[in-house]
Ligand binder design. Structure first.
Ligand SMILES: [Fe+2]
Ligand SMILES: [Fe+2]
Length: 196
């Protein structure tokens, strides 16, 4: 079967659109976090934005490889989430949900179709992206839990807090409100993430 005439081709176009939208939704979160002074959280989310860009880029590459012709339009009829509003905590929770939908339902379905149609390289790409979206899901859940329970900068046991601005370190239950060295606000203290 030719990729151009397959279900997989349409799935690649749908998923390209989905990754583009995820990238923008997470950019909204990053923007909001930065505005509220959570500079380090914004940096973490920005890395996910760049991951989604690269997922979109790889889907796009497969779409282009299918033909030498100029592709003026691919008709896709499908739905995408528009759940997020402008609340940072809520949006982290919703981002975790969206990631779960991708790694546990959408991409496994599209991977199975790619295998049925004999596109093993595309199935492999789905496989690899599923692994990353699972990590994104855990990361957003972690950020949501820490922010909503007030434990982003406050722990039960003493930890080493480090200023992302100047590198100053301090051990304690709570991160310094203002860095004594460079006067950066608490949002510039590096996060303690589960997976690091
Ligand atoms: Fe992605
Ligand atoms: Fe993701």
């Amino acid at each position: 079967m030719e990729l151009l005439n397959s279900k997989t081709y349409l799935n690649l176009a749908k998923d390209y659109a989905g990754e583009c939208q995820a990238q923008v939704r997470y950019k909204f979160i990053e923007y909001g976090a930065r505005k509220q002074g959570y500079g380090c959280l914004a940096e973490v989310v920005d890395k996910v934005v760049y991951n989604e860009f690269n997922h979109a880029r790889m889907f796009y590459t497969y779409i282009q490889k299918a033909t030498k012709e100029q592709i003026n339009n691919i008709e896709i009829c499908t739905g995408y989430p528009f759940k997020e509003k402008w609340d940072l905590i809520d949006n982290l929770r919703l981002a975790a949900e969206d990631e779960e939908e991708e790694f546990s339902r959408i991409y496994p379905e599209h991977r199975a179709i790619a295998l049925e149609e004999g596109f093993e390289d595309v199935a492999k790409l789905y496989d690899l992206i599923i692994g990353v979206e699972n990590c994104h899901h855990k990361l957003f859940n972690d950020l949501y839990t820490q922010l909503s329970t007030g434990t982003l900068y406050k722990k039960e046991k003493p930890v080493k807090w480090k200023c992302a601005g100047c590198g100053y370190e301090h051990e304690g239950l709570e991160a310094f409100k203002i860095c004594p060295l460079c006067l950066a606000p608490q949002g510039m203290v590096m996060l303690k993430l589960k997976d690091e």
